[in-house]
Design a binder for this molecule. Structure first.
Ligand SMILES: [Zn+2]
Ligand SMILES: [Zn+2]
Length: 423
């Protein structure tokens, strides 16, 4: 016969559990190794897809820069970029392997227990309701008495007391007792917390950490001349960013900003290995997308946060380099600390585009007629002011085979009307 043990069990008891090692997603590869490999595969697959679009010029209307700018404005060859990215990825993998070496195996089996822990917290929080109601002069216990037809409301108002919710339990000495049980709504809410809200909070926490880490280190690299010249200037050899140049960095900077930043975000947020596969891969794809050189209206990664290829591209221009430090997700640090670029950029983008086009044409003339007397064209500080603006692109200025006369007309039109002048 069951006896009442509510004095022993003030709260519903927690279930017992047995831990077993978690099976990896791929039977032949541990999850923590997949978390190292998948981001690298994603980097090259996504960036080569952008590269394919780029070399075939499939979406000229969405380009931030012209092919002529790609040819003339960058201070590093594509092969040097590939080499340095591979170096960074090797360092990143070695560091990851070191972490994996010290990482213990992951277990499953205590999910029900963890949900019950949350359900208990929910039960404890309810205890605050009667005193809180009391502060505004409401007797929630009396209210609860009047709600006998609504046991959930009555239980909550009574401070988490559910006298009808009991269950049998066998104690270690074999004695059967009646103990409190969780209400269904408590278990459902606890399940949502455990399975969805906590992982989401871990993900958001990691994103905020990476954004913060990168913003201050990145800004620091621009404020300190030695740091800039020694390390960060390498990334800025790309005035016209392209997708696989996203991780083109000095190896030290790559390690500090990307590898250490993501690694710390993973450790501090206490993500599981499976979550980290998603987080590392998503971060990598976002960084690639931010350097893709296209402002696509249908690319969700360019619209879920304020940061995207157009935003980061401004930071790659000589005139925008002291702004838009935020990367790779949100731009709240730029907003809060007043480092966000303000104003129209169309004219600046246009200048660079026109100058690059002139250089290409001059090269063509020289090749076809080596004797031709042509004045050299170089990117002045003014000319270095930028890639082509979406505004110009949208006005049909940028075509697959641009006609010089059409370009000139449009450019003159803009200059006369001042429609593209910077605010
Ligand atoms: Zn920078
Ligand atoms: Zn960049």
């Amino acid at each position: 016969m069951a006896s009442n043990a509510s004095t022993v069990f003030d709260l519903p008891p927690l279930p017992t559990y047995t831990l077993i090692p978690r099976e990896p997603l791929l039977p032949w590869l541990p999850d923590n190794l997949l978390a190292l490999i998948l981001p690298i595969i994603a980097y090259w697959v996504v960036s080569l897809a952008f590269h394919y679009i780029d070399v075939n010029d499939y979406f000229p209307q969405y380009r931030l820069h012209t092919p002529a700018e790609l040819l003339k404005r960058n201070h590093v060859s594509r092969w040097d970029v590939v080499r340095d990215v591979i170096v960074q990825q090797i360092i990143q993998t070695l560091f990851g392997l070191l972490v994996v070496y010290f990482d213990g195996p992951e277990y499953i089996g205590r999910e029900e227990y963890d949900v019950a822990i949350w359900a208990r917290r929910i039960r404890i929080v309810q205890r605050a309701i009667p005193p809180l109601f009391g502060l505004v002069g409401i007797d929630s216990m009396r209210l609860a008495e009047g709600l006998s037809g609504h046991p959930i409301f009555a239980g909550v108002l009574a401070g988490g007391r559910y006298p009808d919710l009991v269950q049998n339990m066998i104690l270690e000495d074999g004695k059967e007792v009646m103990v409190p049980a969780f209400a269904r709504w408590e278990l459902v809410t606890a399940g949502i917390l455990h399975w969805y809200l906590v992982p989401a909070a871990q993900f958001i926490g990691a994103i905020v950490f990476v954004d913060t880490w990168q913003y201050f280190l990145h800004r620091g690299m621009h404020m300190n001349r030695w740091l800039y010249v020694k390390f960060h200037s390498r990334h800025h050899r790309l005035y016209v960013p392209y997708a696989f140049g996203a991780l083109y960095n000095h190896p030290f900077e790559g390690f500090l900003l990307d590898t250490a930043g993501a690694g710390l975000a993973f450790l501090l947020s206490r993500m599981s290995n499976r979550q980290s596969i998603l987080f590392f891969t998503f971060s990598t794809i976002k960084t690639v997308d931010d350097h893709c050189g296209y402002a696509f209206p249908w690319d969700p990664l360019q619209h879920i946060t304020g940061n995207n290829a157009a935003y980061h591209d401004i930071h790659h221009q000589s005139w925008g380099i002291k702004t838009n430090f935020s990367q790779p997700f949100f731009i709240f640090w730029d907003r809060l600390l007043g480092t966000q670029w303000k104003g129209d950029v169309s004219l600046r983008y246009e200048r660079s585009w026109v100058t690059a086009q002139k250089k290409v044409e001059m090269d063509t003339t020289k090749t076809s007629n080596p004797q031709a007397d042509t004045a050299p064209v170089s990117f002045s500080k003014e000319d270095e002011e930028g890639p082509i603006a979406r505004k110009i692109v949208n006005q049909g200025m940028h075509t697959k085979t641009p006609s010089r006369s059409v370009q000139k007309e449009v450019l003159v039109g803009h200059l006369v009307t001042g429609s593209l002048r910077q605010k």
